[in-house]
Design a protein around this ligand. Structure first.
Ligand code: 5GP
Ligand code: MG
Ligand code: MG
Length: 183
């Protein structure tokens, strides 16, 4: 196994730490406006959303609680099927709560549309979505994402929480990988 520095594995940086930070400032300001005077429960989807949860939540002035879910999407290959299994459920009762799902990236949107339906069935006041990144395929499913950071092309990206084989999550930017990484 190659434990060397990651710099040689990066092909192209799509979004810098500064660009992400500036976008999160905007998103947080909008969320503060929309949830003024309301309770807010942030629900992060492990593991990818860890970075955006940490950075977005720290920019909020709204009093917010945080909880986490881990889900796994059944399916063959790399495409998610929309059939989802809960690996770790919330600790929080959603009755009457204003839930904001915090996600890393929306690709097919299948996982997220399942998640929204699941959380809506638990009697919350509202369920909305904030995602750092969105790919064009997300337009194909009925998932209304209220807060989106960046629309990016249909390319596999890593960093800022996103992994390839569990690596690269700790990169502070969003990037594509060099071809040698995949071979
Ligand atoms: P979908 O929206 O297709 O149901 O699945 C979204 C999930 O697939 C994300 O939460 C993420 O884990 C994974 N995913 C989708 N696109 C990418 C990508 O470009 N890079 C990485 N690392 N993961 C991705
Ligand atoms: Mg995710
Ligand atoms: Mg992954």
């Amino acid at each position: 196994m190659d434990h060397s520095d990651v710099a040689g594995d990066i092909a192209n940086i799509l979004l810098t730490e500064e660009q992400i930070g500036a976008k999160l400032d905007e998103m947080a300001a909008q969320i503060d406006k929309d949830y003024e005077g309301k309770d807010l429960l942030l629900v992060g989807v492990l593991k990818g959303a860890v970075m955006v949860m940490a950075d977005l939540s720290r920019r909020l002035h709204t009093k917010a609680e945080m909880d986490w879910m881990a889900v796994s999407s059944y399916g063959s290959g790399t495409k998610s099927s929309g059939v989802v299994r809960i690996l770790k459920d919330l600790d929080t009762d959603l009755t009457g709560r204003n839930v904001l799902i915090v996600e890393d990236i929306i690709d097919s949107g299948l996982t997220l549309s399942w998640l929204v339906a699941n959380l809506r069935s638990r009697g919350p006041e509202s369920v909305e979505i904030a995602a750092a990144l969105r790919k064009p395929d997300a337009a194909k499913v009925e998932v209304d994402v209220k807060y989106v950071g960046f629309d990016i092309p249909t390319e596999f990206v890593v960093g800022y929480g996103l992994d390839f084989a569990e690596k690269y999550r700790n990169l502070p930017f969003v990037a594509t990988l060099a071809p040698h990484v995949y071979s």
